[in-house]
Design a protein around this ligand. Structure first.
Ligand code: ZN
Length: 506
């Protein structure tokens, strides 16, 4: 008895020491996040050299803390001990992070970071000049470096699988591949059917020119209406909208284009979904994985759930159109049905991912996924990327880019060396539909709530079933806990078949 007690005390001391180390690492990382937000949102143009140095210093401090022998010793000691579920989850998450950080040589990390630092302006220039060849050597180098990186982490695994796991550690690549193939096989004919449909839906409810300041006021209305907590958040603008922060301070950015009012509304709702997830993480677990969000697919499920299932629903436009009319009297003649239709038009001749609708979006992702896999495996040479890209757009979307700027150079991700990131966008949308179906099964039809601008029940469900768990469960466990089922594309495919079948008289 006495021995057990002594053992418990010693584990609890070890865990306490471990937890405070974990919290220090996470504070350093979060401080970097604030500096990056500042860089994107308010920093003057010439601030870059100092900021780059500050960020690099913070990143080496957190790397040193994480990879120190003390961290390894504490992990070993705790793994041999009898831990409760929460402690075990924290140890599991930090072990994974530790393994990844210690298996890649520091010189390689530095080389990747230097290459991406120069790759970014090179990509930007190449895109502006529509000159893929100018970017090709850097892309080739990044592919090689990332292959090498994957080799260090797991020499026996498919390197793409290792890279994908950086963004989505617990859904295996086979699952991702199965889901993406199913999306391709079922969405291509659905989009063709829509293209051949004679249904006429309203597409121009939001045409016109809209003042920036009024758009900003409306974005605040959107956030107010969805229940954003302004005491823990703020709204700013950024060229590529994002959200960042912690449960105490989760900030949203959006963008305003004079001729794209709908885009600013949907982008604000999307980023709200991300920030709202962060705000739902438990306060008392701040600084440990239990107070941090699960990975990119789950994060994207939250933004897509609000953007698509709420923000592109009829009920939402019944609720929100009158609010929008207060800011923009020119919308007086628009009906909620017209707003709904305009927010859901499908356009298969769009070449640009970030402008895609809810259906064609996934084909943009499938194309990137197939090209990335072939690039990393060596089946596709960098010089052949533009042709492979254009052929796939023709095959899946029936449209062929005329320039590489609107083809394979359009996205920033590869210049960051981010291979394996894209699939999480589609997986997140698919998961959003599965969660939404589970919410409807639990709460019944709550479109009346949405029509009244009441989001508490929906948000309460998300808090209870997703947000409050942080990283306590792995992604498949979290999905199973929240929905009672394994991850599946069934609900997404049912949702789009029903929604678009009705819109386009299929
Ligand atoms: Zn997102």
């Amino acid at each position: 008895m006495a021995t057990d007690q002594a053992q418990d005390d010693s584990i609890s001391d070890t865990y306490g020491e471990f937890r405070s180390r974990v919290e220090r690492i996470s504070s350093v990382e979060d401080a970097g996040g604030v500096l990056r937000w500042d860089q994107e949102v308010v920093m003057p143009e010439d601030g870059t050299p100092a900021r780059a140095q500050q960020l690099s210093t913070l990143s080496s401090i957190s790397h040193e803390l994480l990879t120190a022998d003390e961290t390894g010793d504490l992990l070993e000691e705790l793994e041999a001990a009898d831990l409760d579920d929460e402690q075990a989850a924290v140890v599991r998450e930090i072990r994974r992070k530790y393994e990844r950080a210690t298996s890649v040589p520091e010189e390689l990390v530095a080389e990747i970071s230097e290459t991406t630092a120069t790759a970014h302006p090179e990509w930007k220039q190449a895109k502006e000049n529509d000159d893929f060849e100018a970017f090709a050597p850097t892309l080739e180098k990044l592919v090689e470096l990332k292959r090498e990186y994957a080799e260090h982490i797991d020499p026996d695994a498919d390197p793409y699988e290792v890279l994908f796991a950086d963004y989505e550690p617990y859904l295996d690549l086979e699952t991702a591949e199965r889901v993406l193939e199913r999306l391709r096989d079922e969405l291509v004919p659905l989009i063709e059917a829509i293209d051949g449909s004679s249904a006429e839906i309203t597409t121009d409810a939001f045409s016109g020119t809209f003042d920036d300041d009024d758009q900003e006021a409306l974005a605040c209305d959107v956030l107010d209406s969805l229940g954003y907590d302004w005491s823990r958040g703020r709204l700013d603008t950024a060229p590529h909208p994002f959200s960042t922060g912690t449960q105490f301070d989760a900030r949203v950015t959006t963008r305003f284009e004079p001729e794209d009012l709908l885009g600013s509304i949907t982008s604000t709702i999307h980023e709200f979904g991300h920030a709202n997830y962060t705000l739902g993480l438990p306060d008392e677990q701040y600084g440990t994985p239990l107070g941090q969000s699960r990975d990119l697919s789950v994060h994207e499920s939250q933004s897509r759930l609000w953007e698509n299932h709420v923000g592109r629903s009829r009920a939402f436009w019944d609720h929100f159109l009158p609010i929008a009319r207060e800011r923009f009297p020119e919308l007086e003649a628009v009906t909620p049905e017209e707003a709904y239709e305009s927010a859901n038009q499908v356009s298969d001749d769009n070449l640009i991912r970030v402008e895609a609708d809810e259906l064609t979006y996934h084909l943009h992702i499938v194309i990137r996924f197939e090209i990335e896999r072939a690039l990393i495996s060596g089946d596709l040479e960098v010089e052949d990327v533009p042709e492979a890209w254009n052929d796939k757009y023709e095959a899946y979307l029936g449209v062929r880019p005329e320039t590489d700027a609107e083809g394979c150079l359009q996205d920033i991700h590869w210049s960051h060396g981010s291979f394996g990131y894209f699939p999480t966008y589609s997986l997140g949308s698919v998961l959003a539909a599965q969660l939404y179906a589970a919410i409807e099964a639990d709460l019944g039809d709550f479109s009346a709530d949405i029509r009244n601008g009441e989001f508490d029940a929906l948000n309460g469900w998300l808090r209870e079933n997703v947000h409050r768990h942080g990283k306590r469960y792995t992604t498949p466990e979290l999905i199973e806990e929240a929905t009672g089922e394994a991850f599946t594309a069934d609900y997404f495919l049912e949702y789009v078949a029903e929604k678009y079948g009705e819109l386009y008289d299929l």
